[in-house]
Design a protein around this ligand. Structure first.
Ligand code: EPU
Length: 432
């Protein structure tokens, strides 16, 4: 069983280069099937979630050619199915973007209900509301294999026609799925109360580079004039805001001094501002930020919000920093209803955190100590890595497949920044 083994106590220093954004790549890769020709995508992160999306494309018949580790050419022309293979689609949440993309491409989609991190209930009612407004019908299909009930969603439209769609909750996934279908609908679609995350703007830019007409992405009203055809495009994915934020917090929590390169500082503003509240210094350059910190972090409160609020995908990492702060902090998680599972693991390291409903109360301690931990989801795993880097002694982290879903070359990047971290094969105590 592979684990990460970390000897804590080193201050991070030097430089860390940020990879392409996972959540942008997860939507841009299925968006390629809306094109009539080959697309070339650069800055694709080399992580298991993206490998899974590429596998789905290949299984559907697309020709995929990796030019190098992070540049891929995708030819969607040979795809002649409306089905994303369920055994692959089920493994990854991003696979539900094939619903919108296939609906736009061929007016018909069948995709298994997605997996992904268990961070709370993850309904898709707003996606379906959007598809219905465009003229599609949907049905759930249940099948049982080896006593396991699998659920898929089939969406079909004779004709897709643009409409006004008001989202009842601000949702990234539904905003994206509706955009994917609407760019190939007849007429104009308006999405109101749309999500504003940087990767929504990135998707709009990619679709527009294929000849789509998407306006307003990055605001809460997105207008899409549908097109019959979209052409080929060359596109480079934006840097990963959350990967960058994770290393920013790691630099601050270890009292380090790190230049984080290949970022868009504007995307990091909410993270920067919270780090500054804790006493860290953040200096912004054109495409990098330097984070340094000394002494004990100050306490602060955080409420997770849709962009431009503080991202939920950064709250576990901040919880580690605040565990070491000089007072009591509160984190209010307003997006997901089950995103504090990591707290139990951090308590094994001496963290003092109490969770009541969607609020974690964190009483800062002077130091954490090494422990044997298990990642409970992707960002929780990243938080445990930061905790291990700060702790006295040795920390091991199991279930690292969660971390590898979203962080490219994490061990190598941290090693170069002076951390003592390695991937090792250790027996699972449960097997001893
Ligand atoms: N929601 C609904 N109905 C819907 C869709 C969502 O009620 O039809 C609710 C959800 O239950 C949640 C809220 O709306 O309470 C926000 O969900 P959203 O749709 O925005 O999340 P998502 O698209 O499923 C993406 C990222 C998550 C990230 C969230 C919020 C991907 C693949 N996932 O999820 O990323 O936490 O947006 O920013 O893009 C991660 O990278 O670790 C991760 C979990």
């Amino acid at each position: 069983m592979d684990k990460l083994q970390i000897i804590g106590g080193n201050r991070l220093s030097g430089e860390i280069e940020i990879s392409g954004a996972k959540n942008a790549a997860l939507e841009i890769i299925p968006a390629v099937i809306l094109s009539d020709n080959v697309c070339r995508i650069e800055n694709v992160p080399d992580i298991t979630d993206i490998h899974a999306m590429i596998e789905i494309l290949i299984a559907m018949g697309a020709k995929v050619n990796y030019i190098d580790r992070t540049t891929v050419e995708i030819d969607p022309r040979p795809i002649d199915t409306y089905i994303a293979p369920s055994e692959l689609a089920r493994n990854i949440r991003g696979s539900y973007y094939f619903l919108g993309a296939l609906l736009g491409r061929s007016r018909h989609a069948l995709v298994a209900m997605p997996g992904g991190c268990d961070i709370g209930t993850r309904p898709i009612d707003q996606h379906l509301k959007g598809f219905t407004a465009l003229g599609a019908n949907y049905r759930y299909i249940r099948d049982t294999v080896d006593d396991v009930v699998n659920i898929s969603v089939e969406v079909e439209a004779k004709k897709l026609t643009g409409d006004n769609i008001y989202l009842d909750v601000v949702t990234v996934g539904a905003t994206i799925n509706i955009m994917l279908a609407a760019v190939r609908a007849d007429g104009i679609t308006v999405i109101e109360n749309a999500a504003r995350e940087p990767h929504i703007v990135d998707l709009a830019n990619f679709l527009n580079s294929m000849g789509a007409d998407v306006r307003g992405a990055g605001t809460d009203v997105i207008k899409i004039r549908g097109k019959k055809h979209l052409h080929s495009a060359d596109y480079s994915i934006i840097p990963d805001q959350i990967e960058a934020g994770t290393y920013m917090v790691a630099a601050a929590a270890t009292g380090g001094n790190v230049l984080i390169r290949n970022v868009i500082p504007k995307h990091l503003e909410s993270i920067t501002s919270k780090l500054e509240e804790t006493g860290a210094e953040v200096v912004e350059f054109d495409d990098s930020v330097r984070v340094s910190a000394a002494g004990r972090p100050h306490r602060c409160n955080i409420k997770t919000m849709p962009h431009p609020g503080f991202p939920t995908d950064m709250q576990p990492q901040m919880a580690v920093l605040l565990s070491l702060a000089d007072g009591t902090s509160h984190i209010n998680e307003s997006i997901w209803d089950n995103r504090f599972k990591y707290v139990e693991e951090l308590r094994k390291m001496g963290a003092k955190i109490e969770v009541r409903g969607n609020v974690a109360q964190i009483s800062g301690v002077r130091s954490l100590y090494g422990a044997d931990l298990y990642a409970t989801d992707l960002r929780a795993g990243a938080a445990m890595v930061i905790a291990g880097l700060c702790a006295d002694g040795e920390t091991t982290i199991g279930k690292i497949h969660y971390i590898e879903r979203g962080y490219e070359c994490l061990t190598e990047k941290l090693l170069r920044a002076g951390a003592q971290i390695q991937r090792v094969s250790l027996p699972d105590p449960a097997d001893l």
